[in-house]
Ligand binder design. Structure first.
Ligand SMILES: C[S@@+](CC[C@H](N)C(=O)[O-])C[C@H]1O[C@@H](n2cnc3c(N)ncnc32)[C@H](O)[C@@H]1O
Length: 176
């Protein structure tokens, strides 16, 4: 993770990964809530995935992470392999929300195409239980593209949502 954080900073964040503070925040959410099944939409090269994997080592869980770009999918595989987490990380190649998820999920991280978040939510919410959590990235940096999603989660009586001003802005929604 340290090596990837260094590369991230030196490359000008070429692969649009989360920053270290956001990684720590997500790590703590998973460990504190004892979440065991994480779904990520938008693996990129696996930086956030490594934060999830390290939290899931503690909770004895598993990560499913979806990526549509072949090159980034392969780089992520190499990074997961180097970090020795392939036993708890299942990469899914394809375009969400068309990718089927093979399990029930208790934590979902949305970090892909912003205007598609509403489709990820409406498709994958059926794979989640009460008490689960959905975190959507870029709520501040891409506020316009996320407006429909934000309205959806803020007005849902199934979700309790708050904006966390960390990194590029996170919408954190708990299923009630
Ligand atoms: C912001 S990056 C993800 C960064 C990663 N979560 C991290 O912090 O390390 C977004 C990624 O989502 C992928 N992507 C965009 N739309 C997608 C979709 N509908 N399904 C799967 N992957 C998608 C892009 O190819 C890109 O690699």
């Amino acid at each position: 993770m340290r090596r990837m954080e260094k590369n991230r900073q030196e490359s000008g964040n070429k692969y649009w990964t989360i920053d270290e503070k956001t990684g720590e925040f997500l790590y703590n959410l998973i460990v504190e809530n004892d979440y065991k099944k994480v779904l990520e939409i938008g693996t990129s090269i696996g930086y956030s995935g490594l934060w999830f994997a390290s939290a899931l080592r503690k909770t004895n869980g598993k990560l499913y992470t979806v990526e549509s770009n072949d090159e980034r999918y392969d780089i992520a595989r190499e990074n997961f392999s180097k970090a020795d987490v392939l036993d708890i990380v299942q990469q899914l190649k394809g375009h969400a929300p068309d990718v089927p998820i093979p399990d029930m999920i208790d934590f979902m991280f949305l970090d892909a195409t912003k205007f598609e978040y509403k489709y990820y939510l409406s498709t994958y919410l059926f794979h989640m239980k009460k008490g689960g959590m959905i975190v959507a990235d870029n709520a501040i940096s891409h506020a316009d593209a996320m407006k429909v999603y934000k309205d959806m989660v803020m007005n849902s009586d199934q979700l309790e949502t708050k904006l966390v001003e960390l990194g590029t802005g996170l919408l954190v929604s708990k299923i009630i």
